[in-house]
Design a protein around this ligand. Structure first.
Ligand code: SF4
Length: 237
């Protein structure tokens, strides 16, 4: 595994300022030991399109939690067909899921934040950690204005939670309007839930549409009023 120093990351951030430049650098320096994590939301659609215009062999992976909406499975197949990509689909450990639902029920996430985090850990974080252990870097669709936790994020980051590999956030400074415009202008295939007001898309039982003026991630774990609404994939210990 290749690890980076904070000095190297600072140097990259001082020289590279756009999504295209970041992904070009990533293609030249990290491919094929780098992959895009995609949950098939609007931001992911944009990053995937830019990536594939730079390098059609870029790698992509997604987490099938077992609780995704049908529309997400539909867009997975639509994207695979349009771009002819090899999509790596990761699944949670069956034993861990079986034990969790036996102890706490199918819909444990509604009962407490602790239960919700446990479910996210088993269905998302653990499978993700497995693949990240084989990579030198991973690419996200994060944007700075999505959550408080992301407001200081930069294009290149040291991912100390995953052994010091690089985390590349090419559209970190894009606005929601820019995302929508890019999708329209480039005829990018996107999750049909977006047209029903799903400005952020996760598991079916844990995501609802947002209303005009609401925060774009307000529909995620909508029953939780306080705290940091993240699943754990993007928390840096
Ligand atoms: S988003 Fe909901 S269903 Fe999906 S892993 Fe997290 S708690 Fe479980």
């Amino acid at each position: 595994m290749k690890v980076y120093t904070q000095e190297q990351v600072d140097d990259l951030n001082s020289k590279i300022k756009t999504a295209k430049e970041a992904l070009q650098w990533t293609s030249e320096n990290l491919h094929p030991r780098v992959a895009k994590a995609s949950s098939f939301g609007a931001e992911d659609a944009v990053v995937m399109d830019i990536m594939l215009k730079i390098n059609p062999d870029f790698r992509f992976f997604t987490l099938d939690t077992g609780r995704l909406p049908q529309e997400t499975y539909d867009i997975m197949d639509a994207v695979r067909k349009k771009y002819n990509i090899h999509l790596e689909v990761l699944f949670p450990d069956t034993n861990q899921v079986e034990e969790m639902v036996r102890d706490k029920g199918m819909n444990l996430f509604y009962e407490s934040v602790e239960n919700r985090k446990l479910c996210c850990e088993i269905r998302k974080v653990n499978p993700m950690n497995k693949i990240l252990g084989t990579l030198d870097g991973w690419i996200t669709g994060l944007r700075r204005d999505q959550t408080k936790n992301r407001e200081n994020a930069t294009i290149f980051q040291l991912d100390s939670g995953h052994g010091g590999i690089l985390k590349i956030n090419p559209i970190i400074d894009w606005t929601w309007n820019q995302i929508q415009e890019y999708i329209k202008e480039n005829n990018v295939p996107y999750n049909s839930l977006l047209d029903s007001g799903f400005t952020s898309i996760g598991c079916e039982p844990c995501t609802r549409a947002t209303k005009p003026g609401e925060d774009v991630r307000a529909g995620r774990w909508w029953w939780e009023q306080n705290g940091n609404k993240e699943c754990g994939l993007h928390i840096d210990p």
